[in-house]
Design a binder for this molecule. Structure first.
Ligand code: BMA
Length: 313
């Protein structure tokens, strides 16, 4: 095994057959530690093709998942027309100064996918804040702290133009109105594994060395896309500053459940949790099931240091 991440031997951890109701697939879950348990907010694609979100809990974050009997957070296309074609790919951030979890998710509107926010205390009731970007935009997460009094969000506008789909950083005084948009992590170009299109994976995690960023890079091939994962580090006080970015991908589709499914060759984490030095990354495998990889935070930081070119300044 190369790299710091280790696939859990019990993968895939949750498949559509584990759900208490009929669905096509379960993948791309957000994750959080809630009341001492691991909670996954899973994207479930039903048999109309549209997605909603459903909660699973586990005491150890590995097995014995207890899954809500019906969709926990269905799309609300009447109250929120931007959710016409479902809701997808959530990321959860605990925001201490609000005492709330903030969920950033993709709302699939008639005008294309966009980023919406919702808050919750208990993952039973959700308060929608509505869309915070125009389409097309995906792969967003809020930082858990404010910078100079403002909330910060990473997101990925993907205009259909040849300049590429980059990760952007925006700021807001109130989680509703966003501005000061800037590119923080550009996709690479040419033959790179992360050329043309990248997007944030789980929310940033604060480590001793800065904000740890995991992102997916998409390599377009004659056979379709390959979704792999890269690592970067942003400055703890000023997340506009990129301290490191590894050249190589750190994790890519290799296991059969990652290589075969509704969409082949996809690993797509939307959630991770840290307990002590242990990092558990929950990822969608081939748009079909949920899988888990574990790592030590210190080994991840060490790998990133060894695989990053020296910082420019
Ligand atoms: C992305 C998102 C993800 C999906 C991935 C691979 O654009 O839509 O939900 O897992 O493509 O199909």
């Amino acid at each position: 095994m190369n790299g710091p991440f280790h696939r859990y031997a019990g993968n895939p951890i949750i498949t559509a057959g584990d759900l208490p109701y009929s669905a096509n697939s379960v993948f791309n879950a957000a994750a959080a530690l809630v009341d001492g348990e691991t909670l996954l907010l899973m994207r479930v694609e039903d048999r109309t093709g549209l997605s909603h979100l459903t909660v699973a809990h586990s005491k150890d974050g590995l097995g014995d998942w207890r899954i809500d009997p019906t969709p926990t957070m269905p799309a609300d296309p009447i109250g929120h027309p931007e959710e016409l074609w479902g809701i997808e790919d959530p990321r959860i951030t605990w925001v201490e100064d609000l005492g709330l979890y903030v969920i950033a998710y993709t709302a699939y509107s008639a005008g294309g996918p966009l980023v919406s926010l919702a808050t919750t205390r208990d993952f039973v009731t959700f308060t929608r804040l509505g869309p915070v970007t125009l389409p097309e935009n995906k792969d967003a997460a809020i930082f858990p702290v404010r910078f100079g009094g403002r909330y910060a969000m990473l997101h990925r506008p993907s205009p259909s133009q040849p300049n590429g789909a980059h990760i952007w950083l925006s700021f807001s005084p109130d989680l509703k109105h966003w501005g000061d948009h800037q590119i923080v992590l550009p996709c690479r170009t040419g033959g790179w594994w992360d050329a043309n299109k990248i997007g944030l994976s789980p929310p940033p995690i604060l480590t001793s060395e800065g904000w740890l960023i995991m992102y997916h890079g998409v390599r377009h091939t004659i056979a379709g896309g390959i979704y792999r994962l890269g690592l970067a580090l942003l400055d703890a006080k000023d997340p506009r500053r990129v301290l490191r970015r590894a050249d190589e991908w750190v994790f890519g589709p290799e296991a059969s459940y990652e290589r075969q499914g509704d969409v082949a060759d996809v690993v797509f984490p939307c959630g991770w949790v840290v307990e002590g030095d242990e990092l558990r990354v929950y990822y969608g495998a081939a748009d079909s099931s949920m899988a888990l990889a574990t790592a030590s935070v210190s080994e991840v930081l060490d790998w990133l240091r060894r695989h990053s070119p020296p910082a420019p300044d």
